[in-house]
Design a binder for this molecule. Structure first.
Ligand SMILES: [Zn+2]
Length: 224
């Protein structure tokens, strides 16, 4: 009962409407590897038109390259997480390398932006990477739905792959790095909104599901 009351309170504070069963269908779209000039700009426009907030796992070297776009992502109310500075894989990375990848990315995050999540390139990270993320107060965000949009260039195939598998609390992995991915992201939103799903950021999804995020812990999806 206490847990239920806490959940309602969190939903109220986040201004998230609750349906009759208290089980609103919520998911989060996550975009890796950006920002990327024209694809991210087009995606942001589409998200705004649909009143959707998403989570962007940004590479440090790209934030450095596109500071205005990075600032725009933040100012439009989306969540920014880290995806390493150089996008090299981190499954064998030592402590010093992990500190460099995470710290150097932090330098390009907009002022005032709270970073909650780190996602390792390819989802692989060494114990040292997890440890450094934990020390920086970051949780590790994986995903539960992966349509492999980086390898498929047909938007309808990507869209169908996600829509056919989706469940309440899922974390969808996409990349704002191609026209087909952006087209698929917007079609996924249109189809799932028609089914009653609402799109929130990863942090909002965790809070709505009453999940207390712990630094260093790994998350694939958020279900209550
Ligand atoms: Zn990546």
């Amino acid at each position: 009962m206490k847990r239920y009351i806490t959940l309602i309170l969190v939903l109220f504070l986040l201004r998230i409407p609750v349906n009759a069963t208290g089980q609103e269908k919520l998911v989060t779209l996550t975009f890796d590897d950006g920002p990327s000039g024209r694809f991210t700009a087009r995606l942001l426009e589409g998200l705004e038109q649909r009143n959707v907030k998403a989570t962007f796992l940004l590479c440090g070297y790209r934030m450095e390259q596109y500071p205005k776009l990075t600032q725009q992502i933040y100012e439009m109310g989306h969540e920014i997480g880290l995806h390493g500075y150089s996008h090299k894989t981190l499954q064998h990375t030592c402590r010093q390398g992990a500190e460099r990848e995470i710290q150097k990315s932090m330098e390009f995050v907009p002022a005032g932006c709270k970073v909650t999540f780190f996602r390792s390139p390819g989802g692989l990270c060494s114990k040292d990477v997890v440890e450094v993320a934990k020390e920086r107060g970051l949780s590790i965000l994986h995903w539960s739905v992966d349509p492999k949009d980086w390898a498929i260039h047909e938007a309808s195939t990507i869209t169908n792959s996600v829509v056919s598998k989706i469940k309440n609390g899922d974390v969808i992995l996409l990349h704002d790095m191609s026209d087909s991915s952006v087209e698929a992201a917007l079609a996924i939103i249109d189809q799932l909104q028609a089914q009653g799903y609402r799109f929130v950021t990863a942090s909002q999804l965790a809070a709505a599901k009453n999940i207390q995020l712990c630094p260093g812990r790994e998350y694939r999806r958020f279900s209550s």
